[in-house]
Design a protein around this ligand. Structure first.
Ligand code: SAM
Length: 342
């Protein structure tokens, strides 16, 4: 992975550069988190994408290369649950070979991580984010809604640490009346383990989770809770456009972050594009329509034609959903997060 200075970074209507590509490798997940894939919608009869509609690894890697030529420096593999896609480490290996890529990360629910950590590391994955909403089994299982135990996610996290995937970040969605009481125990546990907890405000992604503003625990409240137990100090962002607001523990023993996408939107610095598992490109997590890249790929279009399509999408991008969120925007037919990738 060498530095590449020939790439031209493209910018959108607000001069925001294209820097990150989130790649959803599947719309399927083995959890049914109530805030993401509620069972009432994603039940037995739900039609997931058939495998022939998913982009192949070769198709993803070809597009990824074109994105890197236009400014992307970081890939994040997500889903659905990325580790349910067979041989995912082969895709990691293909992406790691693209010249100019500086960072490859993956977000997972951790359920298959103990098995996959070594293969992912060997393939060139740099670091990992594991989602876990509570250390309390009753609360966690009520949130993942498939009875998955905390201990097995912790095993996955330990396996990732043991093979040197680092830093490890832990994503925790905080929902009012459901898991606020888990914030401080989670912060204590992951501080001691040397991993970075990131509390995420519950968001109105998709249109099936029944989101209400009252269910959101503002990031400032999360920080107050942790600070009362273990004093915190703010830390500047690692790089422009970082989604987490960072804090360190006063005694220098680690870091915690919050993602305040509802109460303190960060659209102004958003440099992320999202590629769905069937090759639709979205320029916002809260988008309603994507642009089809699979058809031109399979029609045999040239790299330059695909590049032109990318430029035609990004250079006119105007999305800033979180900054203009109102009661009315909440009901838009937004794409589901499990489809577009978290
Ligand atoms: N299955 C993987 C996982 O669990 O990390 C990757 C996909 S998941 C959609 C990515 C992240 O989005 C997870 O950390 C999840 O908790 C978070 N997420 C899903 N729905 C959310 C919502 N409504 N508000 C905030 N975060 C959400």
């Amino acid at each position: 992975m060498l530095a590449r200075d020939t790439a031209t970074t493209i910018r959108d209507s607000f001069r925001r550069p294209l820097r990150d590509l989130r790649i959803s490798v599947t719309d399927r997940c083995n959890f049914r988190c109530v805030y993401c894939m509620p069972k009432e919608i994603f039940g037995r009869d739900y039609q997931f994408l058939p495998s022939e509609k998913l982009l192949t690894f070769e198709e993803i890697a070809r597009l990824a290369r074109i994105f890197v030529d236009h400014g992307v420096r970081k890939f994040r593999l997500t889903g659905g649950e990325p580790l349910v896609r067979r041989d995912i480490e082969k895709l990691v290996e293909m992406l790691a070979q693209i010249e100019g890529v500086e960072d490859i990360a993956l977000t997972t629910n951790g359920s298959l991580l103990a098995k996959k950590a070594q293969a992912l590391k060997d393939a060139g994955l740099k670091r990992i984010t594991v989602s876990l909403d509570s250390l309390d089994d009753e609360i966690f299982q009520s949130m993942n809604d498939v009875g998955f135990p905390v201990a097995r996610v912790l095993e996955g996290i330990d396996a990732a640490a043991a093979v040197g995937l680092s830093p490890i970040k832990i994503n925790m969605v905080v929902k009012r009346g459901v898991n606020e009481q888990s914030v401080v125990p989670m912060a204590r546990y992951f501080r001691a383990a040397g991993h970075i907890l990131r509390a995420i405000e519950y968001m109105d992604v998709g249109h099936s989770n029944g989101w209400k503003m009252d269910d959101v625990v503002p990031a400032a409240e999360v920080i107050r809770m942790i600070d009362a137990d273990m004093p915190l100090e703010p830390v500047p962002p690692n790089y422009p456009g970082e989604v987490a607001t960072r804090f360190r523990y006063g005694d220098g023993s680690g870091e915690v972050g919050v993602i305040a996408s509802v109460t303190q939107p960060f659209c102004g610095s958003c440099s992320r594009a999202r590629l769905s598992s069937e090759g639709q490109l979205f320029t916002c997590l809260f988008g309603t329509r994507g642009t089809d890249f699979r058809t031109p790929l399979r029609e045999g279009r040239s790299d330059e034609e695909l590049a032109e399509l990318l430029r035609s999408v990004w250079t006119v991008r105007e999305d800033r959903y979180s900054e203009v969120r109102t009661a009315a925007t909440q009901d838009l037919p937004k794409v589901e997060m499990s489809y577009v990738g978290g």
